[in-house]
Design a binder for this molecule. Structure first.
Ligand code: SF4
Length: 407
């Protein structure tokens, strides 16, 4: 399925399906992903961090992390969102201290723990009391069998879903992260229902980048990715979701909203669509034979509202998003392992503003191949992590997108 050129579309301002940021992403990040540690009791098949059982002896100290938070807050409002990731952040004894300090500075603090025995209601309550407004957990299978096999730890599904429910009961916003691979994609309908039933405020659907342990797992090809993104665009009518490392989702939302032709859907779409509709709205999965506004060939809308509940932001690796590793190295994202600097040597905001790597990722005129010619490069720009994983060049075209630009 090669997609034909569509109508030209230019800047973010022209695309109402994409939310605009309140500040200049050339000046400071919107989202800081902070890897507090690589220690984790799980050994997940796709782990970017290639997590270890023990903490690294050169991990950033409490004072060093606090100094980064102070730097981030010094620019005044609107301040960035800081997500404390891992490994498992609960492996750090100072986690509550870090959350409390960031929160006291006005940073929007979120934590992304692993689904282990450490994710207890008590520990989650401690994060909430310290000022964390949200938590995110990874669920990669709709049942204990598939999730635990993916995570390689029996009991992980039960622990994770219990922790999700505990977080919602505590009044925290819950984000569920799901990695889509060639295997897990077939559980998409059941996963969508599970995420909704857990009371998640947001579903983050991550498209596998073949880095770290993910090298051994199969991702989707470009046409399959396109199929899944169309399914998510339909699902976004009824639940809040976002994609990670698949920014062409923003192009698809715009094409669907404007009625632009989007090519034919492939077998994966047709296989999953009725099951997804039935899973989210039981009784809705029977084809009617007509076409909806959203272009569903079965005539079944997955959701009941027109347009996404939560339009995505036009941010990406190094462009609004930045990653700090457990030893202080700064990268465009956790899935693009090029180092732009170290917070041990330079303030994070300075690295973000001035590092040639990050500046080049924000300069859309430097994009190569189809992404460089694409009329959607301002709102999309392709996944720089996917491009790097496939070619070794972070400015190359995104191989997971089948779109052929008009220009
Ligand atoms: S060609 Fe590149 S910029 Fe255009 S929609 Fe695809 S990934 Fe985005």
């Amino acid at each position: 399925m090669t997609m034909a050129p569509e109508r030209a579309t230019a800047a973010t301002a022209d695309v109402p399906e994409v939310r605009r940021l309140r500040f200049d992403v050339d000046e400071r990040p919107f989202l800081v992903l902070f890897e507090t540690t690589r220690a984790c009791d799980l050994a997940c098949r796709h782990c970017r961090a290639e997590a270890q059982a023990e903490r690294h002896r050169d991990e950033l100290s409490t004072d060093e992390v606090v100094a980064v938070f102070d730097d981030l807050a010094a620019g005044g409002p609107p301040r960035p969102i800081v997500v404390l990731t891992g490994g498992d952040p609960f492996k750090r004894a100072d986690l509550r201290t870090l959350v409390a300090h960031g929160s006291s500075l006005g940073l929007a603090m979120a934590v992304s723990p692993s689904g282990t025995p450490l994710a207890t209601p008590e520990n989650l309550a401690g994060l909430s009391e310290a000022g964390a407004g949200s938590v995110s957990f990874s669920i990669d299978g709709a049942s204990a069998d598939t999730h635990d096999a993916f995570r390689r730890v029996p009991g992980s599904f039960a622990l994770t879903t219990s922790a999700c429910r505990a977080a919602v009961e505590l009044g925290m916003r819950l984000q569920v992260n799901t990695t889509i691979t060639a295997t897990t994609v077939h559980e998409l309908p059941e996963l969508a229902r599970l995420v909704r039933d857990l009371g998640a405020s947001l579903w983050s659907v991550f498209f596998l980048v073949t880095t770290g342990r993910g090298r051994d797992l199969g991702g989707l090809d470009a046409d399959e990715t396109e199929d899944v993104l169309h399914l998510l665009a339909e699902l976004a009518d009824s639940m809040s979701l976002k994609t990670t490392e698949a920014p062409q989702y923003r192009r698809i939302l715009h094409q669907r909203a404007t009625g632009a032709p989007t090519g034919d859907r492939g077998p994966l779409y047709h296989q999953l669509h009725p099951r997804l509709a039935e899973s989210v709205e039981p009784g809705a999965g029977s084809p009617t034979g007509s076409h909806t506004r959203t272009g569903s060939p079965t005539g079944v809308r997955v959701g009941s509202r027109p347009g996404p509940r939560r339009p995505p932001l036009a941010v990406g690796d190094g462009r609004g998003v930045v990653f700090v590793s457990h030893i202080g190295e700064v990268s465009p994202s956790g899935f693009l392992p090029l180092v732009a600097g170290s917070v041990r040597e330079q303030p994070l905001t300075e690295i973000y503003r001035t590092a040639p790597l990050l500046r080049s990722l924000r300069d859309r005129s430097l994009l190569l191949g189809r992404c460089g010619r694409c009329e959607f490069r301002d709102v999309c720009g392709g996944s720089r992590a996917q491009a790097y994983a496939a070619t070794g060049n972070p400015l190359a075209e995104d191989p997971t997108c089948p779109y052929v630009p008009a220009g």
